[in-house]
Structure formats: structure tokens, C-alpha cells
Write a protein that binds this ligand. Sequence first.
Ligand code: NAG
Ligand code: NAG
Ligand code: NAG
Length: 478
Amino acid sequence: MAEKQTSLVCFVTVLLLIQVVESDIGVNWGTISLHKMSPSTVVDLLKDNKIQKVKLFDADPDVMKGLMGSGLEVMVGIPNDMLALLSSSTVASDLWVSQNVSRYMVKGGVNIRYVAVGNEPFLTSYSGQYQSYVVPAMTNLQESLAKANLARNVKLVVPCNADAYESSLPSQGTFRPELTQIITQLVSFLNSNGSPFVVNIYPFLSLYGNSDFPQDYAFFEGTTHAVTDGPNVYSNAFDGNLDTLIAALAKIGYGQMPIVIGEVGWPTDGAIGANLTAARVFNQGLVKHVLSNKGTPLRPGVPPMDVYLFSLFDEGAKSVLPGNFERHWGIFSFDGQSKYPLNLGNGPLNNAKDVQYLPYRWCVANPYKNLAEAANHFKIACSYADCTTLNYGGSCYGIGAKGNISYAFNSYYQLQKQNPRSCDFDGLGMVTFLNPSIGVCRFLVGVSDHTTSSGFRLHNNWISVLLIVLWDAWLFLM
Ligand SMILES: *[C@@H]1O[C@H](CO)[C@@H](O)[C@H](O)[C@H]1NC(C)=O
Ligand SMILES: *[C@@H]1O[C@H](CO)[C@@H](O)[C@H](O)[C@H]1NC(C)=O
Ligand SMILES: *[C@@H]1O[C@H](CO)[C@@H](O)[C@H](O)[C@H]1NC(C)=O
């Protein structure tokens, strides 16, 4: 009897230990930026904000170097276009592991915890072109990790898009029929290696893609459109989505699979519904919800293991195929300034320190020139620089034709590191010291490339400053 009771106590204790899972909030650090900050500034920013976990989309040597000795837990990534090779060649997987993992797993190196094999390889829009490579690539990589004696510390995962499963009610969740076999193999592989299932969840995209989607169901503030599913009531799309996945996993025999949220977030620009207020309300609601350890109706008390916000920074060179918002997911702007108040559990966000800005000057359309000829310059400037905020739904929409041209000129000029020739535009452009920003429409000043030789730049700068002062003075006197 006594023994039975002890074992019962043990059992309950274990159960409690399993139930009390603390989630960590990490971030995605993408690098498809037009203005890159030095990796060491970024790592300082992460540490300053007590962000312990960071997810990458590749294994960029500069970024990895910046992470060395930081102690941050890192998920490195393998792009989809490497999957075919890695699935067919153990030489390639050995090489990938040695060049991108082993090399950093040394004292004072990088604390690599996960390798993301592909990124959303099952996305419907890829029409299946990557899916057959995923499990064979993982098999090879697992063997390579084992050979390098790293299999215990480094886990392979596959960040999965939420369109891999579907259902109108969470409890009815299933994987897409054409994916069921592959996902079953994948999940069995993950399970036998002690890896979690990683999923990306985007209520913003549900809202963006469907005008009937109830607005308040996307957030975490209660809703007039709760979803009732048998005994369970869902008040937010995030929980509904997560439980759809949990039901789908249960259907293939893995209902207990630990889950990590690989990406979740809200953009601040480039679409109606993408703005600072919405992003703050969503992200803060999400963080509060996750840190409350409430879990979901299908997993009460068990929040996702980890949640990686998308994203750390805006990335101005990303494809706008999904929409103009794609370049505006950052909780920080490209220069490491927090865009809106957000508390990740450690108080308000701190901005990046010691950001090396280019000098405070801008390129605008010369008000004394006829801008009828500027259309082509506008187009070319915007094909290099990011002008997505000028479109309907963007923060610079409505600044007028001249404003548009100035914005394009300046974006290009900053991208060219303020090279004086890049503000020429056949004589239509001029450099100014007066910040041309209009209301919420910010005309940016670039950050300096840390690799530029500073001696040359300094000299160059003084000459341009002198010229600009003379030019501004002349305009003023006219
Ligand atoms: C290591 O990762 C980098 C960055 O993702 C990639 O360019 C490189 O090809 C990888 N190395 C090997 C040997 O595959
Ligand atoms: C911001 O976005 C939310 C929804 O995402 C929308 O309801 C709201 O009207 C937007 N605010 C502005 C000022 O556009
Ligand atoms: C400014 O540019 C945007 C994006 O190209 C365009 O939609 C808008 O109509 C332009 N505004 C004017 C006044 O030309």
C-alpha cells in the first residue's frame, strides 16, 4: 500500500514536471536586408534584451562569427535548394556538418542546438518540388552528426508551414492527404531522435488572405467570433491553429509530440492591417499568452516548447511576392530601433547601441526642376531600393507625386551609402540636411558598412558636407 502511494506520488510529480513547461521567446534573424548592421551589434542587441534563442535561415559565416562566445542558443538553417544534394550525397552532408556545425562547436564557439533542414519545404506554392528530399536529407545529416559526435547536442528539425494541415474545426485537423505519408515518416524520425515538431503560424496571413476572416479572432483580446469545437471554445486563431496541428499529429499516432513555433509575428507596414498598433497588440498578446503557460484546449498547461518571433529586423531585400508587408516583419527596424513598445518578459525592449549611421543627410527631388522626366528614375531607384511603403496600405502612401520621387531617390541614395553620384538622377536630385520625413513616413538614413575604410570615408565626407552646405545656402538665398 505504502509502496503504491509512493509510486503514485512519484507519478504525480513526474506529471507535474511534464506539465510545467516554461516557454522561451526567441527570434528569427534573417539577413535579406539592404542595410546590414554588424553581427556583433546584433548579438549585443539580443543579449541586451535577454533574448536567449535565435533562429537563422542559413549558416552565414559572418553571423556565426558574431555569435561565437555569446552563449546564445542557435538554430542554423539549410536552404531548400540544398536539400536535393544533401539527400543524395553523404559526402555533401558530412561536408555541410563539418563546415557549418562542427567547426563552431568548440570552446568559445557557437552554441548550436538545432539544424533546420529546409524552410517550409511542404509549402503548397512549391508544388511538391522539395518534399521528397526532406527525410533522405535528414537521414544523411543525422548520420553525419553522429559521425561528428554531435547527435546528442544538435537536433534536426523541419520548420513546417501551417498549410500542411487543414480543417474547419481544430479537433478535426489532418495533414494534407498528399503529405500524410511523408509527414508520418518525418514525425517518426523526429520522435526517435527526440526532436520537436516545428511549425510556423501566421494569423496575419489568414486575415490578409480572407476578407471574411474575423478581425478580432486574429488577436488575443477576446473575440465576438469564438470558435466552438465540442466542449472547447477558441478565442484566438493561434490556439485554434496549434490545436489543428495537435489533432493532425494525434491522427498519425504522435499526439504527444513536443511543438516549437518556428515563426510567428505581425508586420508593421505594406498592407492594410499591417501597422504598429496591430503588431504590438498581436505580439504582446502572444507573448503574454505563451508565458502564462495556459497552453491550448488540447494541451492545457503545455505551451509550445519555444516560440521564435518573426522577425528581429525588417528585411528590405526580401521578395514581395507574398505582399509588400513581407519586408516589414521586424520588431526592430533595420537599424535596431524598437518599433513599438513590447515586453518579451524582461521589461521594455532596448534599442541597439552604437549603431554606425551614415551622416544625417538625404537625397530628394530638386523642387526647382521639372519632374515630368523623373518616372524612369523612380522606377529604377525602386527596383534596387525598397519603396514598398509608398503603396496603398503603406506608411508613406499619400505623400504625393513629388514626395514619391523624393522617397525613391533617398532610398536609392542611402542604399548606395550616400555616394554623391547616386543622388544625381540627371540633375533631378539634390542632397539636403533637412529631414524630409512626413508624419509617419520615415525617410531613412542608412547605416554604415562596418567594412568600409574609415579614413577614406571621413575625407570624402568633409568634401561632400562642404558642397552640400554651399548648395543649401545657395537654394536658401535664391
Ligand atoms: C555552409 O552554409 C553556408 C551558408 O548557408 C553555405 O553557403 C555553404 O555551402 C555550406 N557549406 C557546405 C559545405 O555545404
Ligand atoms: C491597424 O491594423 C488593424 C488590423 O490589423 C486595423 O484594424 C486597424 O484599423 C489598423 N489601424 C490603422 C491606423 O490603419
Ligand atoms: C506614389 O507611388 C505609389 C506607389 O508606386 C502609387 O501607388 C501612388 O499612386 C503614387 N502617388 C502619386 C501621387 O503619384
